[in-house]
Ligand binder design. Structure first.
Ligand code: NAD
Ligand code: UDP
Length: 317
């Protein structure tokens, strides 16, 4: 039967009640698509999607991706997985299971439906990198038995499954290696650096710097990241990835803390606490592939993104 709106797609977003997933759904709905959000609310919240419930093109399904899912959709975005180190280390066995079983189940669905599938992979596949900045052809430096391995190795195995389904079953895949992303709707208790620093600064508490604070990160504002994910999904079939998505502007965690204190006007001070196991010393994406193949590069500078994120956290208070 011909579809009523040829350009309107039915899109499945797993992990859609989380930080990135909820922003992705907002953009898909704004583009006129129908969205099914499948989430078990492990780290996501109903609050992130409550504004969508009255929309007839939105549907929420409480579902754990470790179990198979049978429905009819035109595209799948697989984002379901806890993402912050505190959350993914809380139940490490479940993290690996979610990453691997979730990928298997969603790839099985994509194979049956012959539909395109996007995987939210991560810069963590590079581990504590010995090559800087990280390019997609770098194989990484991951401790397979450390505290971060449940996430790093889980995501690496998911990438393997994506490329094997592509080679073996011709599944149309898109693999994004997402670097640290921040913005409104980050969980205030998820322990990630931006949400921690902002909530601490607004409460006038010491900002907790892990180690000497000289480790580096590169932070991408959420709107830029969602634009990149949509561009990758819309790219021709031979653009499978993996493609790095992130903002190459690099700074130390200490510099970030100072900037948050200054932008919030807080009297908070800095407190050094022990560095967690296997914490990467440096991280910056080489985004030449994204520029070339997707025509994408980030547009929101750190200061502007932080101002918007601080405003969000102030409203929560
Ligand atoms: P998040 O924790 O806010 O969202 C993850 C969502 O997945 C949550 O809504 C959670 O309830 C859901 N979920 C977890 N386990 C599930 C399961 N078994 N079944 C169904 N749903 C489940 O994290 P996020 O920052 O939005 O990350 C989304 C995706 O992007 C993750 O796959 C993450 O690995 C990836 N990623 C994020 C970043 C980042 O900086 N935010 C960086 C790299 C990769
Ligand atoms: N970090 C910190 N203080 C905090 C939270 C995090 O110094 O309160 C550091 C953390 O050790 C890491 C960096 O900030 O070096 C980024 O941490 P995050 O958990 O956001 O992401 P990661 O890149 O480690 O996955």
């Amino acid at each position: 039967m011909p579809r009523l709106h040829e350009s309107r797609k039915r899109v499945l977003v797993t992990g859609g009640a989380g930080f990135l997933g909820s922003h992705l759904i907002d953009r898909l709905i704004a583009q006129g698509h129908e969205v099914i959000c499948a989430d078990n609310l492990y780290t996501g919240t109903k609050r992130n999607i409550e504004h969508l419930h009255s929309n007839p093109r939105f549907e929420f399904l409480r579902h754990d991706v470790c179990n198979p899912l049978k429905l009819e959709v035109d595209e799948i975005y697989n984002l379901a997985c806890p993402a912050s180190p505190v959350h993914y280390q809380h139940n490490p066995v479940l993290t690996t299971k979610t990453s691997v079983m979730g990928a298997l189940n969603m790839l099985g669905l994509a194979k049956r439906l012959r539909c395109r599938i996007f995987q939210a992979s991560t810069s963590e596949v590079y581990g504590d990198p010995e090559v800087h900045p990280q390019r997609e052809d770098y194989w990484g430096h991951v401790n397979p038995i450390g505290a971060r391995a449940c996430y790093d190795e889980g995501k690496r195995c998911a990438e393997t499954l994506f490329f094997d389904y592509h080679r073996q079953h011709r599944v149309d895949i898109k693999v994004a290696r997402i670097f640290n992303t921040y913005g409104p709707r980050m969980h205030e208790m998820d322990g990630r650096v931006v949400s921690n620093f902002i909530t601490q600064a607004l409460a006038g508490e010491d900002l907790t710097i892990h180690g000497d604070g000289l480790q580096t990160r590169s932070l991408c504002y959420v709107d830029d990241m969602i634009t990149a994910c949509l561009a990758l999904m819309a790219a021709p079939a031979d653009v499978t990835g993996p493609v790095n998505l992130g903002n190459p502007e690099e700074f130390t965690v200490l510099e970030l803390a100072e900037q948050v204190i200054s932008l919030t006007g807080s009297r908070a001070r800095i407190r050094h606490v022990p560095l967690p196991e296997d914490d990467p010393r440096q991280r910056r994406p080489d985004i030449e592939r994204a520029r070339r193949e997707l025509g994408w590069s980030p547009a929101v500078p750190l200061k502007e993104g932080l101002v918007r994120t601080i405003a969000h956290f102030r409203n929560l208070a």
